[in-house]
Design a protein around this ligand. Structure first.
Ligand SMILES: C[S@@+](CC[C@H](N)C(=O)[O-])C[C@H]1O[C@@H](n2cnc3c(N)ncnc32)[C@H](O)[C@@H]1O
Length: 209
């Protein structure tokens, strides 16, 4: 999707993807990763997700990356957080004691920006991207993260001919095709439901590179 698509969504308050509670898959499966508790966690395409607060409460340092300045400002305001401004080479943003929120394009993140990242939490990130961008997304993650990085990733599958994305349908075979060249992929949960009348399956993956 073009950046303007997302800027318009935020400007018009069309953010149905935002969850008013912590993601249940995150809470249920986070402990299945091999963690010491002090890992630095990347949340790509973070929106104003409360999951970042939960991750910080678990003792992690969080790096969120989001195109929309409005999303990050709402995140701070709605959670009554104060932050110092930061400016990196490709992103501006905010620094909090346990969190850095970068405003700008995920694809402009560099390996230097992510040198201390051990874990990625992807909820509504890969599924927000059309097929050709998903390949670039996984390639980019692989290129900026150190070997050994782990992922907790939530994707959904449905008949794409019955509904347009985003969120897009991202099948288990696509997840495996994208990640298995450099990582092991384990599906830990799947949950079926009807979304706008279309059968949908959410699948949760642990991915270890
Ligand atoms: C479907 S939302 C999910 C947000 C969040 N992960 C959540 O669970 O609420 C996708 C978000 O990605 C942001 N986004 C889309 N493309 C991006 C990019 N290339 N770089 C950074 N953020 C991007 C959008 O502005 C939007 O807030």
């Amino acid at each position: 999707m073009e950046a303007n698509f997302w800027h318009d969504m935020w400007a018009n308050g069309v953010v149905g993807f935002h969850q008013s509670d912590i993601n249940a898959y995150l809470k249920n499966h986070w402990s299945k990763l091999e963690l010491n508790g002090d890992e630095n966690v990347l949340v790509p395409l973070c929106g104003k997700s409360l999951d970042m607060i939960w991750l910080a409460q678990q003792g992690h340092s969080v790096l969120g990356v989001e195109l929309s300045q409005k999303a990050l400002d709402e995140f701070l305001a709605e959670n009554k957080l104060t932050a110092e401004p930061v400016a990196l080479a490709n992103h501006c943003g905010y620094k909090l004691p346990d969190m850095t929120l970068l405003c700008g394009d995920f694809f402009h993140l560099t390996a230097a920006d992510c040198s201390d990242i051990n874990v990625v939490f992807d909820r509504a990130a890969i599924v927000a991207l059309p097929p050709e961008m998903r390949q670039d997304y996984v390639k980019h993650l692989h290129s900026i993260l150190s070997r050994g990085a782990q992922y907790l990733l939530v994707a959904m599958e449905y008949d794409q001919s019955k509904m347009q994305g985003p969120p897009f349908s991202v099948s288990e075979s696509e997840i495996r095709t994208l990640f298995e060249p450099f990582a092991t992929v384990t599906k830990v949960e799947e949950f079926s439901f009807s979304r706008k009348g279309v059968n949908t399956i959410e699948k949760v993956y642990l991915i270890k590179s």
